[in-house]
Design a protein around this ligand. Sequence first.
Ligand SMILES: Cc1ncc(COP(=O)(O)O)c(C=O)c1O
Length: 404
Amino acid sequence: MQNVPTDREDLRSRYDRVTARLDPPFAVVDLGAFDANADGLAARSAGKPIRVASKSVRCRQLLRRALAGSGWRGVMAYTLAEALWLARDGLSPDILVAYPTADRAALRALAADPVLAGTITLTVDSVEQLDYLDAMVGRDRPPIRLCLELDASWRLAGGRIHIGVRRSPVHTPAQAGALARAIAERRGFRLVGLMAYEAQIAGLGDAPAGQALRGATIRAVQRRSRAELFGRRGAAVAAVREHADLEFVNGGGTGSVALTAADPAVTELTAGSGLYGPTLFDAYRAWRPSPAAFFALPVVRRPARGVVTVLGGGWIASGQTSRIRQPTPWLPAGLRLTGTEGAGEVQTPLVGPATGRLRVGDRVWFRHAKAGELCEHIDALHLIAGDGIVDVVPTYRGEGKAFL
Ligand SMILES: Cc1ncc(COP(=O)(O)O)c(C=O)c1O
């Protein structure tokens, strides 16, 4: 079921009115919904701080806004180059790069500056990566802060069945303890964190539209996977703590904040997508963010009765390619993509009852399937509060920063 506000038409009139002077394509963030989402996530985290996932926001001003909210602390960055940029900007004194890096220039910059080295934490899951870091920046440097990533997938049948994503090879508490010991025995590293991201729970909607059986199966798998992870994560944390004073144990994402917060081993959560409320998060039962980020495209022609065409539209989300990665025409209600063309590179035909009311020059409001990727298509976000645009802020792309 989609997250349909009862006042869709009111919303459309308001967004049309507020942005009347802008020419599409452009994107907006509704600050009322963004702030409500930030508060809604914080209310679900059992008092544990939430680290903001920058990949899901990709706009410095909105990262700052999230961090100003109560219950939010620290940044989860997605590349080291990005983390250096954010750290130099003073965005946060605590930036975790949650994906391993092989960026030599960025590593040299990190190793050359004790302040940056004290702000940024790198993620590792193997001795091979430690060797690489040493080879790139030597051992004569400020200690590099490290976070050990524990695989949070659920393995069955001796590993032949893998439920989850392919991330870290460190799966058992014994493996986690061994890597923690290897780090402790090396000069130049400080193990400060452990992260285990349960993508099969946090990133997989448990109530996919029109698929009751699949939803029931997902929920059953998620329940068992969660029980398995709670036991294993707790034991892994204990094994790692024998070799390191951990500052944090990070877990979860937008789709699992409350569930992950209930794990006593976890000290902090991560979330990002829930701030923008993209369509993939409409498929969750426990909590659905309010749609907060939209992009507008202009109607440019009407090929036939019952069909209108907007310019652009093919802002497809990453991941396994499927229909749910396409953008959704949201306002006015009553529009859909066609099965034959989908969302096109330069034009997108739309069908549905609302086409009868649309004329050339009208706009159609879309939602992206994912959060931060929207920002790779536009230079700025127009921030809406009440009945006005209160600010226009650059996206990463608008600042000339395309990190991935
Ligand atoms: C390590 C990690 N933590 C948390 C998240 C959750 O982010 P979001 O809240 O944007 O879904 C992700 C998303 O991919 C991730 O890779």
